[in-house]
Design a protein around this ligand. Structure first.
Ligand SMILES: Cc1ncc(COP(=O)(O)O)c(C=O)c1O
Length: 330
């Protein structure tokens, strides 16, 4: 970043050629797919702003549609982005093993849908979605499918997946260095897929002044080109997830290991109130462990907590010690 010599001029909103090539190169290495870095891929300033603004911009392209479909238990920015864009957020129920119950979407909502968001691996549930099926559904209804794949590197059940494996028509994959490279502070991501969608959004986003700073773009090239640090990070999560899962199951908070991502999504049993907020308060007071009450991800999440394993093992051991013996561990 310090050596990029790119501080003085405006950076390209779509990302420098080196940035786009590095991102496309990573897609090829990781997923075995190839996208045109000049027409089918562009930078975003981390992915939250993309998630929050996509509906607003897509509405300029298709003014007659005003509905955004998204998983019922999900990252809150899908619904917020719909509202910011003056659209109706319509949650889609998930099937028990993962995947959206797309057959249950109301015909009227389908007709009005501007986009469908999918998120696999999912924050917060850790479930995987059938991306090919989602893409096929979107194509058959003429609805762009926006696939938030920012946790793809941390796929535990099988290889990482992208919606782009089913082709680029009508779909966008959205990726971030925040999770892959643990670089949330840098603000670097990209979207890739259908050249018409990428071209339209790139043009609008340029006018909106959305740019990844030049030095960050230069640093991102290094991060996209390197896989060793991701492997190290995978190893950390792979150690922390089962450790904390076991500690919390000893407290009656029993849930499956995630198929992907670095969150435990744990139901709160009736004996422990059945309520995510009560369980979150108890863990904070007893162990200093901060977890998210599940209803932050939609009303269907109310009886759950989400635990992010983003602290090093010594902190997680301290949590275990405090839960085992609150007095001795103070
Ligand atoms: C599902 C999901 N999408 C997108 C983001 C946004 O990440 P960033 O803006 O840092 O790329 C997050 C962050 O937690 C997330 O969980």
């Amino acid at each position: 970043m310090a050596l990029s010599d790119s501080e003085r001029g405006y950076p390209a909103s779509a990302g420098s050629a080196a940035y786009r090539r590095a991102a496309a190169g990573w897609l090829t290495r990781r997923f075995g797919i190839s996208v045109d870095p000049d027409h089918a891929l562009a930078a975003c300033v981390g992915t939250k702003e993309f998630v929050a603004s996509a509906a607003q911009y897509l509405r300029l392209r298709t003014p007659g549609r005003d509905t955004v479909l998204f998983p019922a238990v999900s990252y809150p920015t899908y619904a917020m982005g719909a509202r910011l864009g003056g659209c109706r957020p319509v949650p889609v129920r998930e099937l028990p093993g993962g995947g959206l119950d797309l057959d249950a979407v109301d015909r009227a909502d389908t007709d009005r849908a501007l986009a469908l968001w999918v998120n696999s691996p999912s924050n917060p549930t850790g479930l995987l979605t059938d991306l090919d099926r989602s893409a096929a559904w979107g194509r058959s209804h003429g609805i762009p499918v926006l696939s938030d794949e920012c946790y793809a590197e941390f796929t535990w059940d099988g290889p990482p997946r992208t919606i782009l494996s089913s082709g680029v028509e009508g779909v966008l994959a959205v990726h971030s260095l925040s999770k892959r490279s643990n670089l949330a502070g840098a603000r670097a991501g990209f979207f890739a897929g259908d050249p018409d969608l990428v071209g339209f959004l790139t043009d609008v986003r340029r006018h909106a002044g959305l740019m990844v700073p030049g030095p960050v773009q230069a640093g991102a090239v290094v991060a996209f080109d390197d896989d060793a640090h991701v492997e190290a990070q995978r190893g950390r999560y792979a150690e922390r997830l089962p450790f904390l899962d076991e500690v919390l199951s000893g407290e009656g908070l029993v849930g499956p290991m995630p198929a992907g991502g670095f969150y435990l999504w744990l139901p709160v049993p009736e004996e422990l109130s059945g309520d995510g907020w009560t369980a979150a308060e108890a863990l904070a007071l007893r162990a200093g462990l901060l977890v998210s009450p599940g209803d932050l991800y939609g009303p269907d999440g109310a009886g759950f907590i989400r635990v992010a394993v983003v602290q090093p093992m010594d902190r997680l051991r301290l949590v275990a010690d405090r839960l085992a013996d609150p007095v001795a561990a103070t």
